[in-house]
Design a protein around this ligand. Structure first.
Ligand code: AMP
Length: 227
């Protein structure tokens, strides 16, 4: 059993889900003049929704809640607030997933209260219904059991944070500090139940060395957790 329930999302799934999300918007009769991507997770879905709806106007705002993979921050904050004149426009605010709902709700409120649009609606590829305090106007998939979705746009970030967590836990539980490359890969698969592929494990370990989280012992080809 993996320690963190994780689902690997493929690029093909992202395109398929975005196409279906756009279809739901179209079928509802809502015609957005402007799409707003909630940065950073909403960028790719928002761009695809623009493509599928034929919308040329795409802006973005950064609303952030989750500071680290599978760990929520205290509350969502709007990182770079700015004014945009959206008077008379129908606006669709798009994110990848609604978990607690803080991120998308904050973005929606900000656009509604500061940009002067005619109407604002929200859309997400996924909505985690049992935990979300906010339900987007449109969602393609209802998630009934909490899972961390490993999207292609956070693959490296998630991988190095997950490896760091795995190594730190192992050290706490057994005092183990040293890992060979294949042990990292096996451990990762066991812990998270997914496989992100060799290139991502290598990149993630490079990042962890760069960040001073692990040292690479080239002579012994081992990664050593700094404690
Ligand atoms: P929230 O404010 O809790 O609704 O969190 C929404 C943002 O955090 C999304 O834009 C995602 O980028 C990220 N996020 C939250 N929960 C998950 C999850 N279960 N899987 C993947 N990303 C998530």
């Amino acid at each position: 059993m993996p320690r963190v329930k994780t689902h690997l999302v493929t690029w093909d799934e992202v395109v398929d889900w975005s196409r279906n999300l756009a279809r739901l918007v179209r079928e509802s009769g809502f015609r957005p003049d402007l799409v707003v991507a909630v940065s950073r997770g909403g960028f790719v879905p928002a761009r695809l929704v623009c493509d599928f709806l034929g919308v040329e106007n795409l802006a973005s705002i950064q609303s952030q809640h989750w500071t680290e993979a599978a760990k929520a921050g205290e509350r969502a904050i709007l990182k770079y607030p700015y004014r945009l004149d959206a008077s008379g426009l129908n606006v669709l605010v798009v994110d990848d997933i609604v978990d607690t709902g803080e991120t998308l709700r904050l973005a929606r409120d900000y656009v509604r209260d500061n940009w002067g649009p005619r109407e604002v609606k929200t859309a997400a590829l996924q909505w985690i219904s049992p935990v979300a305090k906010y339900r987007p106007d449109y969602y393609y998939l209802e998630v009934k059991e909490w899972v961390w979705f490993q999207y292609p746009w956070t693959r490296l970030e998630d991988t190095y944070q997950f490896i760091k967590r795995m190594m730190s836990e192992a050290y706490r539980e057994t005092g183990r500090r040293e890992w060979g490359f294949s042990e990292v890969v096996e451990g990762f698969r066991e812990w998270y139940g997914i496989d992100v592929g060799e290139a991502y494990y290598r990149e993630a370990l490079r990042v962890l060395v760069e960040k001073g989280v692990v040292d690479y012992d080239a002579a012994r080809d081992r990664y050593v957790l700094r404690v």
